[in-house]
Design a protein around this ligand. Structure first.
Ligand code: MN
Ligand code: MN
Length: 298
């Protein structure tokens, strides 16, 4: 039996809040090595702000704010994912001087300002995690549509800044896995249907039988390896997020991606109350509101 909309909505809200919580948690230790984190925090497990961005406690970074900018654009287009609307929303977001911004995002948005073309040129180099970190609003807006349409929506959003096959593979995998979890599928089902085919098609993503991916870079392959090692081989909402951010490196982004997956799988009850309390209340409200609007009547 298909789950009721209320259940799907609760998982969608948990995914959006999970994204923000992982971002806020990981930002404190972004670009640190596991050894530096251990020396300074023992285990980093609370939302305390700080880090290289000197954030106030509970603040989020580009991973969450770009997602919210994208979500707003999709809502304004009544649930459609239009590349031009996405590009304009990201451009407005960049003009508002965000706390952080990726190099690929900046370069391709500057190019959009000049050309007016919302699709970045294909590039072997643009395999960063910047499109994957903000894929959630597209997964919610395209929930219930045929898989081929979901992939088209995912690429329209991603190609504004990252026109790259590995980024596409990661973004499509994440959107489809997130939708499976919203439907109530188990981790085992999603592992067989989404994770194994991803690794078969793109062996670079293999994460088992490999050393623990520590200090994951912004390369989407390393990001996803760290996320999958924590999400699948550690599991649990809090334990997964703590495990992934304590690897350091691009920790706000691994936290954000692990957070959306964990939220969709484990649901609202799994979100640690002390983390929710620490999260910027405006961000918390925006995530909840957008989850509801993006999902629509489904
Ligand atoms: Mn960030
Ligand atoms: Mn990051």
């Amino acid at each position: 039996m298909a789950p009721a909309r209320a259940e799907i909505l609760a998982r969608a809200e948990a995914a959006y809040l999970g994204l923000a919580l992982g971002d806020a948690l990981g930002a404190t230790v972004e670009f640190m090595t596991p050894r530096e984190i251990a020396r300074e925090f023992g285990v980093h497990r609370d939302i305390t702000g700080g880090g290289w961005l000197r954030l106030k406690p509970g603040r989020v970074t580009d991973d969450t704010t770009m997602s919210l900018a994208l979500g707003e654009a999709i809502i304004n287009d009544r649930g459609e994912v239009r590349a031009l609307s996405c590009a304009r929303a990201f451009d407005a977001w960049m003009r508002a001087k965000p706390v952080d911004i990726g190099n690929t995002v900046r370069r391709n948005l500057v190019a959009f300002r000049r050309s007016g073309d919302p699709e970045a040129p294909p590039s072997e180099q643009d395999a960063g995690n910047g499109a994957a970190m903000r894929v959630l609003p597209v997964a919610l807006a395209s929930f219930g549509r045929p898989e081929a349409e979901v992939r088209v929506c995912v690429r329209a959003q991603a190609h504004v800044t990252h026109h790259n096959a590995m980024s596409d593979a990661a973004c499509e995998f994440l959107a489809l896995a997130l939708q499976d979890f919203l439907r109530g599928d188990s981790l085992r089902e999603v592992f067989l249907r989404r994770v194994q085919p991803l690794v078969t098609a793109h062996p670079a993503f293999a994460f088992r039988g490999r050393p623990r991916r520590e200090y994951p870079s912004g390369w989407v392959v390393e990001t996803l390896q760290a996320v999958l090692q924590s999400f699948i081989d550690v599991g649990g909402f809090e334990s997964c997020l703590v495990d992934v951010v304590n690897r350091g490196g691009d920790a706000d982004t691994t936290g954000a991606i692990a957070g959306m997956l964990c939220g969709a799988l484990y649901g609202m009850a799994a979100l640690p109350p002390r983390w929710l309390k620490a999260l910027d209340p405006k961000v918390r409200a925006a995530c909840s509101d957008q989850a509801r609007s993006l999902l629509g009547p489904c």
